[in-house]
Design a protein around this ligand. Structure first.
Ligand SMILES: *[C@@H]1O[C@H](CO)[C@@H](O)[C@H](O)[C@H]1NC(C)=O
Ligand SMILES: *[C@@H]1O[C@H](CO)[C@@H](O)[C@H](O)[C@H]1NC(C)=O
Ligand SMILES: *[C@@H]1O[C@H](CO)[C@@H](O)[C@H](O)[C@H]1NC(C)=O
Ligand SMILES: *[C@@H]1O[C@H](CO)[C@@H](O)[C@H](O)[C@H]1NC(C)=O
Ligand SMILES: *[C@@H]1O[C@H](CO)[C@@H](O)[C@H](O)[C@H]1NC(C)=O
Ligand SMILES: *[C@@H]1O[C@H](CO)[C@@H](O)[C@H](O)[C@H]1NC(C)=O
Length: 528
């Protein structure tokens, strides 16, 4: 993959197709079983980016680099339809901060003169307005550009988040008074009562810390949910799990008890480090990924089976390519997210932070945008997300029973090379509707056309794999079931593989188990 070049026309095609699939959403939203739907009961899939606005200056990041409308447009252009906009509780419970501190004063307080100059240049209208009005201006800019907003109460005191020892990690901690929190939620819900594009509120990010208990979770989260709903019945009420939002297991035995219906969504976070430091490095990737599939089901995925929506509201990895564990995790996570067709928000939209953990101008390695807040940071990474942007199933989504053969390493799908080379295979955009079917007998077939067209075994290690009439039996082997194996011409077992030019060829099945130094992802295909 290191030298793979991403063709611009393919990228534009992906962009165009995802935009046409997600435009014209209508609010408010509600839930129907595990799906989020609009008023006609049609599925609306949340494909969001996290836009931080909870750090010390309490101003949405990036406004010193680009006009807010340009950022909003860029969000749509990249195929996202929504933003999880973070805010610190102080913005709602400290009126001096919200109404008496202007953007200018807030930047001056932290010595951010250069950044303030940038705001003057790119967003002059917010320089002298109070912080709360600047926050509202960002929400309105997103609305003008048809971007939905989920207001996420990220923490109490403005600043970077999160660790176990924070004074605002859990209810009852020195900086986490449940009553003030509820007051703040009510105010936020009320302020955005008639702002249509605000579709949800995420009540508190990453509950955690030494004092956390499931018992208190129910007590306060249910109260908080009622408080939000009473103040603004339009918004989805989104509840984070425990352990940095990596654990919703406790909901298995005791569902959330609320007075209202069709507005509850649970949220879950999943990064490489969620799976334990060093774990992606020290295990066989294929075995570990299958264990992690099971873990994700246990800690949150089961909710989908119970008919509750689950929002994967933070995930991501270093986009500069050097994060060994993050790269391994990313293919596994994407396969899961695609199969579940889950609602999600990537961490993060940033760019560069004005001021983070005492340092100015900190670049976000996980960010979708470059430090200039305009260029896409890494097109390959965006391409990998593009498959999970449009909805694939759910109420109102045309379901044609065609399967996709998703290759998470590239974010592409198995497709025919061209109409005149019907028998040759390559990788292409997943939006191309290839009528694949996969039977229980193990035939992998493209339906339609005049004659049968299925995967043939008439090949050898290192040679291309073709479609034809002499169908071979394709088995999903290995613990992840993502290796597609079949018998080659000489009778040996081979797997579908992809080289750096996206040629699809037969290869020895690799990294099935054991070896922890081996990378299986070029041979991973998720059929969904
Ligand atoms: C729901 O979404 C569908 C598909 O985008 C759209 O056709 C329909 O008009 C929407 N209905 C409402 C009430 O928003
Ligand atoms: C805001 O500032 C004005 C004048 O500077 C002051 O009178 C008022 O009490 C302040 N309000 C808050 C909520 O701090
Ligand atoms: C409220 O915000 C102002 C301005 O940031 C700050 O000076 C003050 O200490 C805050 N009050 C409390 C109670 O945190
Ligand atoms: C946990 O609760 C105790 C007692 O209420 C409190 O003193 C302590 O500060 C809390 N721990 C943290 C990390 O906030
Ligand atoms: C749910 O909450 C209501 C109102 O607080 C209460 O009457 C009811 O017993 C609760 N149900 C369960 C199953 O806990
Ligand atoms: C972009 O991301 C891909 C994987 O998502 C990675 O392989 C590649 O090295 C990254 N490219 C750059 C220039 O950082």
């Amino acid at each position: 993959m290191a030298n793979a070049v991403f063709p611009l026309d393919l990228f534009l095609f992906l962009l165009f197709s995802s935009i046409s699939l997600t435009l014209a959403t209508n609010y408010p939203l509600s839930t129907k079983s595990r799906w989020i739907v609009n008023e006609s009961g049609h599925r609306v899939k949340l494909a969001c980016a996290n836009w931080p606005s909870h750090l010390q200056p309490v101003v949405a990041e990036g406004l010193s680099s680009q006009p807010m409308d340009s950022i909003s447009k860029k969000i749509r252009e990249m195929g996202f339809n929504c933003v999880r906009l973070t805010w610190p509780l102080e913005l709602m419970i400290n009126d001096t901060l919200a109404y008496n501190v202007t953007v200018k004063q807030s930047f001056e307080r932290y010595g951010l003169d250069h950044e303030l100059q940038g705001i003057h240049n790119h967003n002059p209208s917010i320089v002298n307005i109070p912080l709360i009005n600047a926050f509202q201006a960002v929400v309105h800019s997103l609305g003008r550009n048809d971007v939905m907003v989920i207001l996420d109460n990220h923490k109490t005191v403005p600043g970077w988040c999160c660790s176990n020892g924070d004074p605002d990690a859990f209810f009852g901690d020195p900086k986490f008074d449940p009553d003030l929190w509820m007051l703040g939620l009510k105010k936020m819900a009320t302020i955005f009562m008639n702002v249509n594009n605000v579709v949800g509120m995420s009540l508190r990010n990453e509950l955690r810390g030494h004092n956390h208990t499931a018992k208190d979770w129910y007590t306060y989260m249910q109260k908080g949910a009622e408080a939000v709903h009473t103040s603004n019945p339009n918004v989805l009420v989104i509840l984070s799990g425990l352990e940095f939002d990596a654990d919703l297991t406790f909901l298995k035995d005791r569902p959330v008890n609320l007075s209202f219906k069709k507005k509850l969504v649970l949220e879950l976070h999943w990064y490489a480090f969620t799976d334990g430091t060093g774990q992606w490095k020290s295990h066989n990737v294929n075995d570990f990924c299958s264990q992690i599939f099971a873990k994700e089901r246990r800690t949150g995925g089961f909710l989908l089976e119970q008919g509750l929506p689950l929002f994967l509201s933070e995930f991501g990895t270093d986009q500069r390519g050097g994060d060994f564990e993050g790269n391994r995790y990313m293919s596994c996570m994407l396969a899961w997210a695609a199969e579940k067709d889950i609602d999600w928000a990537v961490w993060a939209l940033t760019g560069v932070y004005y001021f983070r953990e005492g340092k100015r101008g900190v670049v976000e390695a996980y960010g979708m945008l470059d430090a200039n807040w305009h260029n896409v940071h890494n097109y390959t990474y965006l391409q990998r997300l593009s498959v999970i942007q449009p909805p694939h199933k759910g109420p109102g989504i045309k379901h044609n029973h065609h399967k996709k053969l998703f290759h998470p390493l590239t974010g592409l799908c198995l497709v025919r090379k061209s109409p005149c080379h019907e028998s040759e295979l390559t990788l292409g955009p997943c939006t191309k509707d290839e009528p694949w079917s996969y039977s229980h007998g193990g035939t992998l077939e493209i339906k339609g056309g005049t004659q049968r067209s299925c995967l043939e075994g008439e090949t050898m290690v290192g040679k291309s794999v073709k479609l034809g009439t002499r169908c071979t039996k394709v088995k999903r082997i290995s613990a992840t079931k993502m290796h597609l194996s079949f018998k080659s011409k000489d009778g040996s077992l081979v797997c579908l593989d992809v080289d750096s030019d996206n040629n699809v060829f037969a290869n020895r099945c690799k990294c099935l188990t054991g070896d922890s130094s081996c990378e299986p992802a070029s041979q991973w295909f998720k059929i969904f």
